[in-house]
Design a protein around this ligand. Sequence first.
Ligand code: SF4
Length: 380
Amino acid sequence: MKYIDEFRDGKLARGLAQAIRAEAKPERRYNFMEFCGGHTHAISRYGIEGLLPPNLLMIHGPGCPVCVLPIGRVDSAIDLALHRDVTLCTYGDVMRVPASGQMSLMKAKARGADVRMVYSTLDALRIARDEPGREVVFFAIGFETTTPPTAVAIKQAHAQGLANFSVFCNHVLTPAAIANILESPEVRKLGTVPLDGFVGPAHVSTVIGSQPYEFFAEEYQKPVVIAGFEPLDVMQAILMLVRQVNEGRAEVENEFSRAVTPEGNEKAKALVAEVFELRRSFEWRGLGEVPYSALRIKEAYRAFDAEIRFDLGYHAVADAKGCECGAILRGVKRPEDCKLFGTVCTPENPIGSCMVSSEGACAAHYTYGRFDDRAARKAG
Ligand code: SF4
């Protein structure tokens, strides 16, 4: 397929691997964080780690939207669905995220709650139009990529006077999370890893552009290379990071220039700015409370804010006992460090959020067999 096959070419991959091994200096270590779950998935699926030199480590970041959703927010959504007589619409993966008391939206549905999987925000709008007697809430999650469609739904609901539609907004922001990993005293206290550079997000960057990362490159002297999700994209980005480190540069480079511009998508950004504003603070799984890291609905569209309509409070809830999702999302641990990985916790029976979505580090390692023999033997 045009624009896919070229970026999965084995011969070119071998050439890139050779170049990375030749240019990585044996006397130093290279620790790079791939922020996005999509990159984690590509690295696991295509066995990229096996092609890298032993002194170059790829570390998972917190860029999987389902994984960073804290239990307290899923609890609120379950409360809406089970006890407030609403129709709760959300994306498929969200329905399986474990919440308090071994509950999930899927289990709430099994108990009779009206929880519906949708493919887009417009499906939720259609349900609200078709069933005017029901309160329909869209449980919105995700990074900058999924925020513009939520803004479109709110604007359309406003234009159409859909009084039975609202949004439970949990949209989060990538640059705030990167800054938190690099500087937050809380994250440092909980543990973090020395990082030499970032593979920057692909889809998020098509919306926000490459400019927002310039701050990290300058302020923290960390190179950022924005990369697409195909294996050659990721390998090319790793080579570009190795070169920046070797040359003492800390710049933003754009490997994904076929889709990302410096400014990003101005129309999408304007739409988001019209409907949303910054929250003072938001809890992330793994990172804790991160200042100005998430969005809420602006005053002009407050009528569509489910948190206000249903007076939703928020209670922070600790992760399940033994689950290492928090440490994995900070890059401190790897999935196979978790005692539950591949034994108690599998994609069929996820204990933590990192095992739910294909973008989650635990699910990616499990699915593509990149876990150690110890876990495999226990699983067997
Ligand atoms: S394997 Fe399961 S329990 Fe362990 S960190 Fe991953 S999601 Fe959590």
